[in-house]
Design a protein. Structure first.
Length: 256
């Protein structure tokens, strides 16, 4: 779901770039757009791999610190992006086309690659930030889910290819921003749970905030457990856990 959402936004912006070049009969400049998209994908994969390598070499305690730090950073950055999107969604198409027009007029064709790189790279960064806190979980599941998300977006964009340029991009970003909010709140919920466990293992308690707020009593082997098929999907999407401390619950509610 995470990769699907980010890939969809990246695909829509990329479609704007190529549709505009086609509109002005400059299909010969497609290669500059492809270059920017390709570099942004490589950069995103490289960043994700770097985080995985760093995480793999950490001890259990430092891996928890990594997950907490990554989760907190993700929530901060993504919250900023939500605010930014709210005030800039309607201007995205115009700004992209203006940058392309200047690039073509002045002959600065590298700017076309830069426009594609920043547009797609922003979504790639969001994807890495979203997935970083869960890097210690089911990595094969993340990779398979990510691949399926990209495939679904490619198929969807192909089917809607002729209508994308007329689509209201601002509306798409508006509704996907709601999805970002749900995901960010879930990441915060998960990070605070990890923080409480880390502090308790270090002999530190936060008093009332460390106490268990609820326990659903669901067996770990159940489909609805955090590691189960259904529970795992819900956990990745909302931060759902079978039990959680008050700190997680309060932070989750406060985020909204």
């Amino acid at each position: 779901m995470i990769v699907f959402r980010e890939a969809l936004e990246a695909g829509l912006v990329t479609a704007i770039i190529f549709a505009y070049l086609k509109k002005i009969n400059r299909q010969d400049l497609y290669r500059w757009g492809y270059l920017g998209v390709g570099l942004s994908i490589v950069a995103s994969l490289g960043l994700g791999y770097l985080l995985y390598v760093v995480y793999s070499g950490l001890t259990e305690m430092f891996s928890r610190i990594f997950e907490i730090s990554a989760g907190t950073a993700a929530v901060a950055v993504l919250s900023y992006m939500i605010v930014w999107m709210a005030s800039n969604a309607r201007k995205i198409r115009g700004e992209v086309e203006e940058r392309l027009d200047i690039a073509v007029t002045t002959g600065n064709l590298v700017a076309i690659s830069a426009a594609a790189f920043t547009s797609v790279g922003r979504e790639g960064l969001e994807t890495v930030l979203f997935l970083a806190p869960f890097i210690g979980g089911n990595l094969p599941g993340i990779l398979v889910g990510g691949f399926l998300g990209v495939v679904c977006v490619v198929v969807l964009l192909y089917l809607l290819a002729r209508r994308i340029y007329q689509a209201r991009i601002s509306s798409v970003f508006k509704y996907t921003s709601i999805l970002i909010t749900v995901l960010a709140a879930g990441i915060l919920f998960h990070a605070m749970h990890e923080l409480v466990e880390l502090l308790e293992d270090s002999g530190i308690t936060l008093g009332f905030l460390s106490r268990q707020a609820y326990n659903l009593g669901i067996p770990e082997t159940s489909l609805f457990g955090e590691e189960g098929l259904v529970g795992g999907i819900i956990h990745s999407f909302t931060g759902y856990m079978q039990s959680a401390p008050w700190l997680s619950v309060i932070c989750y509610l406060a985020y909204w």
